[in-house]
Design a protein around this ligand. Structure first.
Ligand code: PEP
Ligand code: MG
Length: 591
């Protein structure tokens, strides 16, 4: 019987093929001691292993730079630094010399010791790096034990669906898209670093499948649907038929999208909609433009920070923002200031462990406390304003004072730039990302101090419903169509309109046809969606009629449950869009 697992969709695409279980684990190292005359030999072996591992990581860095960009490739720097770290190197050599251990055993011990030490600190910044540490251990130990490097797909006869407990960014960057049909993992979220890379490399992926690596076996047939986040192991004839038909339908859909690739984003009855893209990496800006996005509605800047061992420099950021602005000479580029904390912990920030990181030192709170990090970002943003309609957006704002403080800082940085003779455009816009019920309820007050609202429904849903967005066990409760969410969207849209500022939505909800329909029905005319979804959202918008959407939204606002909300929207959309293409996402179910 087929085994079906639902996780989070992390990267689009439906594929089928044999499973390849990736055992990316630290190998068992035999306990062996050496005679004194072999000490030098083992030291040399250890140094050779380090050099080899550095070489491999440099190769991965190089491939990443070629495929994605030099900035993206910098996430491998901490790993390189770790291979020269005195704690790692001296500690291992000491074990070889003083305890007469083989290089493999000495290194294994030292790493276990360091990991235990780091885990004891329970510092999330370190815990976040354990994945990288493990990656290094695996590489170095396989070399020392003279075993083939795991994760090497070149030796396989055919392309595979990689199944693993978890994968590292370096492993992902190493995957050849021609040999890797897709990736399915027990752990991870859509925003895991490797998932972002998979998306950018256009390798279909599903994460948060809990036990897929335990229930799947080598060579087993599998279907992976990265569009809805489902993996089917040992599919039966009916499953094969469902997915074959779905794939055919999606290919037709792709062709339909091409037909409107140059068309305006305008509803069937003539209402223009500003459709922008969300990007996670600078290299995605060009892809967003190729998809016909009108601008960048959410430029996530965390990539500049997470996975780095040092603070990103102003110049590097300025170049990234400037390139985005130049890619969209006629469109807005909305730079979101660092949204750190929650599930993103850069090494250098030394963030202490918190019981509830999503309710903790996060986003704008971090920036306002760490001006050494925030000021260079503000300067980079200001400098980029001369290259286009570059706007700044503050995440997780709850309070007017937060906006006032940022405006004050911007003013100070403007003065500094003036003094230094560096140009900027003073008419830039400052907006906020509305992500909490507090901000939605206080929207009228907040609107007086900012130039635009963007509603971050991913977090708004999480905070409204008290459902952790990264917890796969709660995925069925994470409902963007819950009446409490719908009412807040309505309230914020009304307030924004009354204040005369743009209201847009940049959460995933905007990329769902029912979500887009509801938002248009609430008179929200600006949407920003993940870059791969731009052309299909344009296509569905072109099928919608605003009057119908308004009627459906009116009914949805009076609906007693999330299920009823969805029902109102499904009825409203009617046959204008083939919802089966999106089945499985949120409340739409697959046959
Ligand atoms: C959101 O919360 O909806 C959002 C767009 O931000 P992120 O997904 O990066 O938290
Ligand atoms: Mg958010």
């Amino acid at each position: 019987m087929a085994i079906v697992r639902d996780g989070f969709p992390a990267s689009e695409g439906i594929v089928s093929g044999p499973v390849h279980i990736l055992h990316w684990g630290v190998p068992e190292v035999p306990h062996e001691t050496i005679t004194p005359d072999r000490i030098e030999e083992e030291e040399e072996k250890f140094n050779a292993a380090r050099e080899w591992a550095k070489g491999r990581i440099r190769e991965v860095r190089h491939t990443t730079a070629e495929r994605l960009g030099t900035m993206e490739a910098r996430i491998f720097e901490p790993q390189l630094a770790m291979l020269d770290d005195a704690e790692v190197v001296d500690g291992t050599i000491r074990y070889i010399r003083e305890n007469r251990l083989t290089a493999a055993r000495a290194f294994d011990w030292r790493m276990l010791e360091l990991q235990a030490l780091w885990i004891r600190t329970r510092n999330p910044m370190v815990l976040d790096r354990l994945n990288d540490v493990e990656d290094l251990q695996v590489r170095v130990l396989h070399y020392l034990l003279d075993r083939p490097e795991p994760g090497d797909l070149d030796s396989l006869d055919e392309p595979v669906i990689v199944v693993a407990r978890s994968v590292s960014p370096s492993l992902t960057a190493q995957m050849d898209p021609d040999r890797t049909l897709g990736v399915a993992t027990d752990m991870g979220t859509r925003t895991s670093h490797w998932a972002i890379l998979a998306r950018s490399m256009q390798i279909p992926a599903v994460v948060g499948l809990l036990d897929i690596s335990q229930v799947a076996w080598e060579g087993q047939e599998a279907i992976l649907d990265g569009r809805i986040g489902r993996v089917v192991l040992d599919p039966n004839d009916r499953d094969r038929e469902v997915y074959r038909a779905r794939k055919v339908r999606l290919e037709e859909w792709e062709k339909e999208l091409e037909l409107v690739s140059k068309a305006d984003t305008v509803t069937n009855d003539g209402q223009p909609v500003a459709l922008r893209a969300n990007v996670d990496l600078p290299s995605e800006v060009v892809r967003a433009r190729d998809q016909g996005a009108e601008g960048i509605g959410l430029f996530r800047t965390e990539f500049l920070v997470v996975g780095r061992s040092s603070m990103p420099e102003e110049e590097e950021q300025y170049q990234a923002y400037r390139q985005a602005a130049e890619a969209f000479p006629d469109g807005a580029v909305v730079i979101r200031t660092y949204d750190l904390g929650g599930d993103k912990f850069p090494m250098f920030l030394q963030m202490a462990r918190e019981e509830n990181p999503f309710l903790g030192w996060r986003a704008i709170r971090v920036c306002l406390d760490r001006l050494d990090l925030f000021r260079p970002q503000l300067r980079a943003f200001l400098r980029a304003t001369v290259h286009g309609d570059v706007r700044i957006m503050l995440p997780l704002v709850n309070d007017v004072e937060e906006i006032l403080r940022v405006r004050e800082l911007l003013g100070e940085e403007e003065e500094n730039l003036k003094r230094e003779g560096i140009p900027y455009y003073s008419g830039y816009k400052v907006g906020i990302l509305l992500e909490t019920p507090a901000a939605a309820l206080d929207a009228a007050e907040l609107a007086r101090h900012c130039d635009f609202f963007s509603i971050g429904t991913n977090d708004l849903v999480q905070y409204t419903l008290a459902v952790d967005r990264t917890n796969p066990r709660l995925a069925h409760l994470y409902n963007p169509f819950h009446p409490a969410v719908v009412r807040q969207l309505h309230q914020v849209a009304r307030v924004g309109r009354a204040a005369g500022i743009e209201v847009s939505v940049c959460g995933e909800m905007a990329a769902n046809p029912l979500g887009a329909y509801l938002l248009l029905g609430l008179d929200i005319w600006s949407l920003s969606v993940a870059w791969p979804a731009v052309s299909e959202v344009r296509k569905v918008i072109r099928e919608f009629r605003v009057e119908d959407a308004r009627n459906a939204a009116r009914k949805a606002l009076a609906a007693p449950t999330g299920r009823d909300v969805v029902q109102c929207l499904v009825e409203g959309v009617g046959s204008s869009v083939d919802l089966s293409i999106f089945s499985g996402r949120w409340s739409l179910s697959l046959p």
